[in-house]
Structures are given as C-alpha cells and as structure tokens.
Design a protein around this ligand. Structure first.
Ligand code: G
Ligand code: G
Ligand code: MN
Length: 446
C-alpha cells in the first residue's frame, strides 16, 4: 500500500505521524511541507445533499488527493472537511506553492459523486519544516494560520508568514462564534438615512449589520461577511438581516409609512436556488409593500455570472422589489449589460464621490454615471458624502439621492427614529443645507 493511500485517521495518529516526520528530518537539513486542505462549503453540502452523499463526496475527495499526491506523500483526514498532507523533499515556498496550485487547479474538473458532477473548491494552508517551525505542534499551528489567512484573503492558498502570527483574528475560530452570534442574537442593524437631493425629503435608509461579540468587541462586517460566505453561514445571516430590516420597516411610525429600507445582499445569495422565495416569504410575513424593500447587490457580483444574476434579480424585480447596483463603477461591467439590467437604482461608489471636487477624472465619471442612469431610468445614489460642498456639487450634477456621514452616520434603531423625527421637523427650513449639529450619533463599528 503506497503511503499516499488516504488514512481516515483520527487526529492523534496524524500528530504522531507528524512527529515522526519531524524526527526523521531533524538535523540533516532536509525539509518537508505540511499542507492543510479544507473543502469549502462542506457543511452546506452535508445539510442540503444529505450525509450519505456527503460521505461519498469525502471518499471522492480523498481519492482525488491521493491521485494528485506523489507516492511518498502522506495524507490524512484530520477534521470534518480538513485533510493534512505531509510532502517530503519540498525545499522552499515556491515548491510548496506549486503543489497547492496543482491541487487547486485540478479541482476545476468536477468530482463525480453518485454519478453526478460536483464542483468543489478548497483552501490550502502551507507551512514548511524547518523554516516555519521546528516541532510538529508549532508547524501544525502555522499551517492552520496560513489556512485561515487564505480564507480571510479569499486566496485559494496561503503560505505561512510571520505577519499571520500577531493578528488575533487568524487565531480564532470565527465560524464557531458566528454560529453562537446567530443563536444568541448578537447581531444588530444600524441604519443610515438617504435623502432626496432635490427636495430634501427623506428617501429611505440603508441597513448595515453590526456584530458585537462579547469577548472581542465589535467586528466589522468586511471581516466576518467574507468568512460567513465561505462557511455558508451567510444564508442564515441574510435571513436574519432581511427579517430585522422588514420588522423595522413595519414598526415605522405611521407618518413614515412608505419609507424604503435597503439591505445589502451578498454575492453568494444569488447562487441560492430559493433566494427569491426566501425574500418573498419574508416580505409576506411582515406584510410590507414590495416597493419598500431595496436589495443592494455589488456590481462585481452582478457581472460574475451575468445570466444567473440577471435571471434571479429579474424575478425579484417582477415582484416589485427595488434592485440597487452597489459600489457602481468598480465592477467593470460592460455597457452592453445595461440593455437588460434588472435594476432600479445605481449607487456610485464612494471612491468616486470622495474626489468629485478635486479630481476632474472622477467628476467626469460621476457625471457619466448620472447620465447613464438617467438614460435607463434608474435612480442614482451617491454614497460617502462627507461635506456640504460635495453635497451641493452632486445636486448640481443631477444626482437623485444622497447618503454619507455629512447627512448622518449609520445608527441604531432608536437613534434613527429620533434623527428622522428631528430631520423632518427642521429640513423644510434648511434649504438644502444639512444640519449636522444633531446627528453626532456615532456608529459604534464605523
Ligand atoms: O458598514 P460598513 O462598514 O458598515 O459595511 C462594510 C461592508 O459590509 C459594506 O460593503 C457593506 O455593504 C457590507 N454589509 C453591511 N451590512 C451587510 C449585510 O447585512 N449583509 C451583507 N452581505 N453585507 C453587509
Ligand atoms: O459597500 P457599501 O456601499 O454597502 O458600504 C457602505 C459602507 O460605507 C458602510 O461601511 C458605511 O458605514 C460606509 N459609509 C457610509 N457613509 C460614509 C461616508 O460618508 N464616508 C465613509 N468613509 N464611509 C461611509
Ligand atoms: Mn450598500
């Protein structure tokens, strides 16, 4: 039996094998690599396809690893969706990276499970003996840190570097804590107002998720959303966000009825077959009007898989929902998409708004996007407005809606209700000038 035959080892026997490897390589300047390979979305596969198929997937994956490995490599399953590989005679990072690239590239061919093809992706963390650590336990830690780094940075593999060490978040089982956050209700929505540039009327609010973890304090969504995306937990989080936003909408005081709430929707949700049903169900439960809910999808998500995203968004659009293209200008979408874009709104990315006063190129881009939006009958929103001059400039350029710290920061539910009350009482007299004195309310995570 070649060593690369996959042993469904418990962790302990892997650790002793790792120690053997270290003992065998100690002193004679020979090096080897430890790779930890994690199957993405395995938990979801288990949930949706059932454990029988999941077990077959594991068997197919193990066979796959054995097939790409050399005879002298050792492979073991060390966790639910984790495999470790010990690769002798790997002398440097480049050599180890090549092994990881080979493994990842060949996975582009779908695995056949129960006669059906399944596309599997994996992340790989790499550590080298003796360069990164001189004992098994530390080497294992380095490979785990590299694996986390690869997931956080959305790269398919990562080689351990010292910079991965001090950052606490790498050393943290964030998935576990995310699960607890869902169960223990640690998420909160903050709301940032959007106003009509021309009339000054309140247009709606954007809901932004906040996570307060008891031990680690506030964790930014740009840290945990990508992790939730790769673990599959994004589905539950999106469900939570939609429900909370709709609950908020339904609880508006009567005079605010008709206000819109915008929810950010992760790219990953567009590949959920039942996403449109999920949204329709949630709207049904709260009895709000479809036209009061806006789904914000980043432009880059939209162009990743145009036919799928257009189809799903078209479905949602036909229900009467608003679809906003977020971070517009950063996704390199082709002008030809505009003919069929199932959207109602464009949000010009903050990076263009920031320099609209002092950079002519950005001014041109903003003006072009406004014209484009007008031509296709889309509402155009500028986000990231931080001063009155920018606000005035955008108004003069014909932009419809404004959002940004200059108007107000995202704030908790009770604060936004007060803010809106105050705003409505005063904005009539302010003639397009935004009063900033009263909206000092700060966003805890912002
Ligand atoms: O609030 P700000 O730091 O708050 O948000 C950072 C990023 O996180 C933005 O890109 C924003 O779109 C995204 N984001 C905020 N709330 C949510 C949410 O509920 N779901 C998803 N998918 N992304 C969110
Ligand atoms: O990707 P998306 O457009 O959803 O991101 C919204 C993000 O922009 C949130 O993190 C929100 O807190 C932030 N934001 C909102 N207004 C401003 C602003 O005026 N300036 C800056 N720097 N960030 C802002
Ligand atoms: Mn947004």
């Amino acid at each position: 039996m070649p060593e690369s035959f996959v042993q469904h080892d418990i962790r302990e026997s892997f650790y002793s094998r790792l120690d053997d490897f270290v003992a065998r390589h100690a002193g004679d300047a020979k090096s080897f690599a430890l790779l930890i390979v994690n199957i993405n979305q395995f938990r979801r596969f288990n949930t949706y396809q059932g454990y029988r198929l999941a077990d077959e997937l594991l068997a197919a994956f193990a066979a796959y690893l054995a097939n790409v490995a050399r005879p002298q490599d050792y492979i073991a399953r060390i966790g639910n969706a984790d495999y470790a590989m010990l690769l002798p005679d790997i002398h440097n990072e480049g050599h180890a990276s090549l092994a990881a690239i080979k493994l990842i590239e060949n996975l582009k061919e779908p695995l056949v499970v129960s006669q059906s093809p399944y596309r599997i992706t994996a992340n790989v963390g790499i550590a080298l003996y003796p360069q990164h650590a001189e004992d098994g336990e530390d080497l294992f830690k380095c490979a785990e840190l590299a694996l986390n780094d690869s997931r956080n940075s959305l790269q398919s593999y990562s080689v351990f570097t010292n910079r991965q060490q001090p950052v606490e978040v790498y050393d943290w089982n964030i998935e576990n804590d995310l699960q607890k956050a869902i169960e223990k209700d640690q998420f909160d929505l903050h709301f940032q107002p959007q106003i009509d540039l021309c009339s000054g009327r309140l247009f709606g609010v954007e809901a932004l998720i906040r996570w307060h973890n008891g031990e680690r304090g506030f964790i930014r969504p740009d840290v945990f959303i990508p992790l939730a995306e790769s673990s599959g937990q994004i589905v539950e989080i999106t469900q939570w966000t939609l429900n909370s936003a709709l609950w908020f909408l339904q609880s508006w005081p009567r005079e605010l009825a008709g206000m819109k709430v915008a929810v950010n929707i992760s790219t990953k949700m567009l590949s959920e077959a039942d996403f449109a049903d999920m949204v329709a169900n949630a709207v049904g439960i709260y009895g709000v009007d479809y036209s009061q809910l806006t789904l914000e999808i980043t432009e880059s998500a939209l162009v990743e898989d145009v036919s799928t995203s257009f189809r799903i968004l078209g479905e949602l659009r036909s229900l009467g929902l608003n679809i906003s293209i977020d971070d517009f200008g950063t996704g390199y979408s082709s002008m030809s998409y505009f003919k069929g874009i199932p959207a109602t709104e464009l949000k010009i990315d903050q990076s263009f708004i920031r320099h609209v006063l002092d950079n002519q190129m950005d001014e041109h881009i903003v003006q072009t996007v406004i014209q484009l939006a007008n031509g296709f009958d889309l509402t155009v929103v500028a986000e990231g407005i931080e001063d009155q001059e920018t606000f005035d400039k955008l108004n003069q350029m014909g932009c419809d809606i404004a959002q940004g710290y200059h108007i107000a920061r995202p704030m908790p539910r009770d604060d936004i209700l007060h803010w809106v009350e105050h705003y409505r009482a005063t904005h009539g007299a302010s003639e397009g000038k935004i009063e900033t004195a009263d909206n000092a309310s700060t966003d805890a995570a912002g």
